[in-house]
Ligand binder design. Structure first.
Ligand SMILES: C[S@@+](CC[C@H](N)C(=O)[O-])C[C@H]1O[C@@H](n2cnc3c(N)ncnc32)[C@H](O)[C@@H]1O
Length: 265
């Protein structure tokens, strides 16, 4: 199902955080729950920040959208997390979620799952840790060579971007450039964490269809390597076919990558 490119301005004007969360992260029916992605992402992030020892001062979570699951393990290994997204509605929803304001999406079960993976702590302690670690969300445009301009940030130890770049890019050349743009925010020797849904052309969210750049594993391997990174870990999980769910979002698999920056390009 092809759809015209829906870039950052459409996210700014038409993205509905609640509609997205309900369609993709509702614990009973959410597409990224039933297809196994959420459990996969929590497991890989836990592995990354514990077994693989990825840690440091500052991590930037780019294109966080309205979700916080991705920061639940990271907040144990970084002193500071800075959120970054183009859409103001995503940034506002994310900040409210970090503060656990009334009426926001309920992440309790997911927070408990991360505490279980870590074998320590309570949901309340994790919420507090997240609130202390996520400092703010800043405006960011990954298609710009200086994605957080006019802000100038010191280069950070880790960039994480989950389910964002396939939404932000019109074509594969643009994806290659975007990798270089976000790499400019990262120290040499720093880590890049990416998840993407693969072979997806569009997805429905809050009644609106958004375009999605169709990616596959060989492309991801070459684009990340060509952008000056060494791939440390890469795993793909596949999804069962379900006609109704594919009509909402037609990815056939999801990919997780951890890569280390070797050089500036
Ligand atoms: C599908 S949503 C978020 C996905 C969320 N991280 C998750 O794991 O489910 C994609 C996000 O990318 C953001 N985005 C789209 N284009 C962007 C751009 N050019 N620069 C930065 N963020 C962008 C949108 O505003 C939106 O919040």
């Amino acid at each position: 199902m092809a759809t015209e490119f829906t870039g950052k301005d459409i996210y700014q004007e038409e993205f509905d955080p609640w509609g997205y969360l309900d369609t993709y992260y509702n614990l009973k029916s959410g597409i990224l729950v039933t297809d196994g992605f959420l459990d996969f992402a929590l497991r890989k992030l836990h592995e990354t920040f514990t077994v693989r020892g990825v840690k440091g001062e500052t991590l930037i979570d780019i294109g966080h959208g309205p979700t916080i699951y991705q920061d639940l393990s990271a907040c144990e290994s970084f002193k500071e997390i800075i959120g970054a997204d183009y859409a103001d509605c995503s940034r506002e929803y994310y900040e409210k979620s970090v503060k656990n304001e009334p009426g926001i999406f309920d992440w309790t079960t997911v927070i408990q799952a991360v505490c279980d993976l870590e074998g320590k702590g309570t949901v309340e302690e994790k919420r507090e840790k997240l609130k202390r670690t996520v400092k703010k969300s800043i405006k960011c445009d990954v298609t710009k060579s200086s994605p957080v301009a006019p802000l100038v940030l010191p280069r950070v130890d880790c960039i994480m971007t989950l389910g964002c770049l396939e939404c932000a890019c019109k074509d594969l050349d643009s994806y290659r450039n975007v990798l270089k743009n976000i790499s400019s925010l990262l120290k040499v020797g720093g880590n890049l964490i990416i998840t993407e849904i693969l072979n997806c052309t569009s997805y429905l969210s809050g009644g609106k269809r958004f375009s999605c750049l169709s990616l596959n594993e060989p492309f991801m391997r070459s684009a990340i390597t060509e952008a000056g990174f060494a791939i440390i870990d890469l795993e793909v999980i596949f999804r069962k076919y379900d006609k109704e769910q594919y009509n909402t979002c037609n990815h056939d698999s999801s990919l997780f990558v951890l890569a280390r920056k070797l050089r500036d390009i």
